[in-house]
Design a protein. Structure first.
Length: 303
């Protein structure tokens, strides 16, 4: 069982304000830092992609806070950002990550279902969570989702693990950018390289673990979790995302889901085109069919 202790911070009060609030939760053997934007009644919980910190959600969270109506919660899972593993193995299982998400939801939305947004590898964790706890998630966005790894992803995972084991951090960062981030601006690419160069050892252990999960994707039983989801869902992928394998089919097996494929966008959707954030907001605000990006909706297909 996981027990939660809220660590006091000067900026946090349980009555959320419109500015950024920070704090920490002790959950089991982990210290989980979080940030909250906005003070609305509807709670959104964001799940990071691999090796991304909650800072990656700040452009989205600021947009939601500016437009009102939501409390946007983002946090770091162990092996990301400022999260700490206080004892035990310096790595985290998927079950532990699911338990952490559940603890965060119990802290910030204990009495009503919450909204969830996730990106890249975070969509896998979010889908497993929503399939295990279908009554806890009311609406959900999957960004840059893949039902299974394609050839490029598998090749990148295997080569990336070799570079990680050899300690070739810069080469590892450049490999990921060449595979997934060619549409990013040069400044963002350089920022990603700097991020990789500064990662602590436990982050690389988590990255190593994720590579093993990807190689053994079938063991995640992801399709079964997708069929159990009861949240209203949209999956948003870039048409030029090189690893969005099976995303359209995935939407055909989620009971209440739509698939939107945006031309000209790659894997890092709103970092490539910030206007896409308006679609996220409009979906959670019950008016997304009026959004200009909704015209890129495609009929989900069965395999």
């Amino acid at each position: 069982m996981y027990y939660i202790i809220l660590l006091a911070t000067k900026s946090f009060t349980f009555k959320m304000t419109s500015r950024l609030n920070r704090g920490e939760l002790n959950i089991g053997r982990f210290t989980i830092p979080y940030c909250i934007f906005g003070n609305g009644a509807k709670v959104i919980i964001a799940i990071n992609g691999a090796q991304q910190s909650c800072v990656s959600w700040f452009p989205v969270a600021k947009y939601f806070a500016l437009n009102g109506g939501f409390s946007f919660v983002c946090f770091d899972l162990p092996g990301q950002g400022r999260a700490k593993i206080n004892n035990g193995l310096k790595e985290t299982t998927i079950d532990e990550q699911i338990n952490i998400i559940n603890a965060v939801s119990e802290r910030f939305s204990p009495d009503m279902p919450f909204y969830m947004i996730s990106a890249s590898w975070g969509t896998v964790i979010a889908a497993i969570y929503a399939g295990r706890f279908p009554g806890k998630v009311a609406k959900k966005i999957l960004l840059s989702f893949a039902l299974k790894p394609n050839k490029l992803l598998m090749e990148t995972v295997i080569k990336g693990r070799e570079l990680e084991e050899a300690g070739q951090t810069r080469e590892l960062a450049e490999l990921f950018i060449d595979a997934f981030g060619l549409k990013l601006a040069d400044a963002k690419k350089n920022s990603m390289i700097d991020q990789f160069l500064s990662l602590p050892e436990e982050h690389f252990k988590q990255l190593h673990n994720q590579s093993i999960y990807i190689e053994n994707y079938e063991c995640l039983n992801l399709e079964t979790h997708l069929r159990n989801i009861r949240a209203e869902t949209i999956t948003i992928n870039g048409e030029d995302d090189p690893i969005s394998e099976g995303a359209e089919y995935a939407c055909s097996i989620i009971p209440f889901a739509e698939y939107i494929s945006i031309p000209g966008a790659g894997h890092f959707l709103h970092y490539e085109n910030p206007e896409i954030i308006s679609l996220y907001f409009d979906f959670f605000s019950e008016k997304y069919k009026e959004n200009k990006f909704y015209r890129y909706k495609r009929n989900s297909i069965a395999a």
